[in-house]
Design a protein around this ligand. Sequence first.
Ligand code: ADP
Ligand code: MG
Length: 723
Amino acid sequence: MATLDSKLVNVVGDRTAKVLDTIFGYKTAGDLLHHYPRRYLVRGELSDIAELGEGDEVTILAEIFSSSSRRLQARKGSMLEVVVTDGSAKLSLTFFNQAWREKELRVGRQGLFAGKVGVFNGKRQLAHPDYEMIPDGNDVDAAVENFAGKYLPMYPASAKLPSWKIAQCVNLVAQSLDEIPDFLPESLREERRYPTLHQALLQLHNPADLDQADIARERLTFDEAFLLQLLLLERRAELRKLKATSRPVRSAGILEAFDAALPFELTAGQKFVADEIERDLAAPYPMHRLLQGEVGSGKTIVAIRAALAVVDSGGQCALLAPTEVLAAQHLRTIEKLLGPLAQGGMLGASEIATQVTLLTGSQNAAARKDALALAASGQAGIVIGTHALLGDAVAFHDLGLIIVDEQHRFGVEQRDALKSKAVNPPHLLVMTATPIPRTVAMTVFGDLDISTLRELPLGRQPITTHVIPVLEKPTHLDRAWERIREEVAQGNQAYVVAPRISAGTSEDADLDFLYGESSPDIASVEELGPLLAGGALKGLRVAPLHGRQSAEVKDATMRAFSQGEIDVLISTTVIEVGVDVPNATVMVIMDADRFGVSQLHQLRGRVGRGTSPGLCLLASSALPETSARERLEAVAGTQDGFELSRIDLEQRREGDVLGANQSGSRSHLRLLRVLRDEGLIDEARKSAEKILEEDCELERYPALKVELSILQADAAADYIDKG
Ligand code: ADP
Ligand code: MG
């Protein structure tokens, strides 16, 4: 008899075990049983092609009518289109990057095809259907009758290991399987009316009907969510055991003086979050908080206030920024807002004043030496910097708070590097302007407490966004340049954003990865700059900004732009995060379809920050009704960053949503989809909280404890962002 840990060799034989190992990395019976079917071919319930409706899950018996594959231009890869017919009508099947299927899908062969009916360019199709070909020369009726059960599981397969072969192996394992112990607490299982783990696994592979398969799948999905939440809650509990220096707000300090000098009223949301943070800082264990907020919602002020609270208690704050442009801007903002309060140590300075210093990789030796000394002595209450902050030479007198701006640009290791510079575990505040739905945040950053800023400060100007379809309406681009001239004539400023620095390169390695071959016709800063300066924008003060420039040039350019000495900044996505120049009112984004939805939202957040409304023009060659065009229309259609991040996430694969570590074959998240399973994740979270409340060591649930420790061991090997 076999258990989940039994070696596959002993169950399915040498040769097959080897193939399973090479292709999927499966070694045990459990590995294979966790290879779940995607869907089922339903024997005896075949649909007529003529009657298929969009969105139907169908199984059809059909013959291959034609087959052709072609390389894709815009994206690297190939598309295989197979047209099948059942005599009544035709249907096309499409496969992206699976050219090897062409060999099986030969004209004249018959097979069963299953999938969800979609519509593309007005034609019904099945994208990536599952199928089972009838062996050549076999009688079709007999072959169809031959399928064992009524619901034939269709597995993620490959040329070497077709679905039916996997089904055979699963059956072998199932036949010799001992009762699998269930780790889900009995009471929880009963409450949710779930089958046992043993039943669920067998039923998912071989269901009596589709309802049974659904319940089995839900149980296994819940398991994933439940274990994950337990893991994250335990991590949080671990953090609470750490001892941090408590930093309660004190009266008559620098924070109070700052608040009094602030030229505006905090929004209700800012006040709420500020309270949460103050409470966290006063606690004897480290704060571990994510502040996510709509672009322009005023996260920086909230962060500065947290820093000042720590300064008031005699500690220091390190503010980590992703780019030199942003670090320098933070310094300017903080110095401006603090005024004389940033002159600590100077003659005649107030007693509560502090110093703010900047540490970046491109500073000259003298500036760097000063900054290092200020940080080490504790004279600098706030140390702003880029990656340079992480270096070994950087030491603090009493590092009490770490603030990470635009946290998606940093890894956990980098946060840890900073943490190690503190005597006691420091408080941590990470900020992101790419808001994500709560369940996603809970799954990705589950051990962080989450604060969200939804509202924008009062009087914030609306941003109007339009798509400029350059192929259909080439003159509209001329109109865009005119708009820039008009805005500049009124004393405002503009951004022009291009995907690339120079022809054939891109600022974002992502872009090259995504689009493969360099496309010469994609706009670049180096080409666009001279072109506009000598043409459509002649006479305006135009300057380029991109990541290959030296830090001095970048800083000087940003400074000049924010002081109004430059009219139009032609830039790559270096301005994507955080740049705050209220006088900028219009932005033209070239080849906008090359950017992600959230990225476009971030970019356009650079305009409309002052007293005049913002205008964002998305120039693109994408044709109507393509998905690229639809993404742009979506950005133009809403200003709600949360909605847009959802669209963004829906288009990405789960592995990308949760980080690369979840996508491998050893992943523990096989079924869970953070967007689709929001409800389930919420429920799992509550169940996990309840269990831990009653029994924080899981003494009463030994099987669960074991399962969790396996997960924890893998987590140590980077199962999920450690927060
Ligand atoms: P983000 O959340 O995108 O980082 P910032 O912190 O850069 O936003 O804030 C955007 C702009 O709004 C800044 O110029 C900031 O000074 C201003 N701001 C922040 N809070 C308020 C407020 N309560 N009222 C008015 N303006 C504010
Ligand atoms: Mg910001």
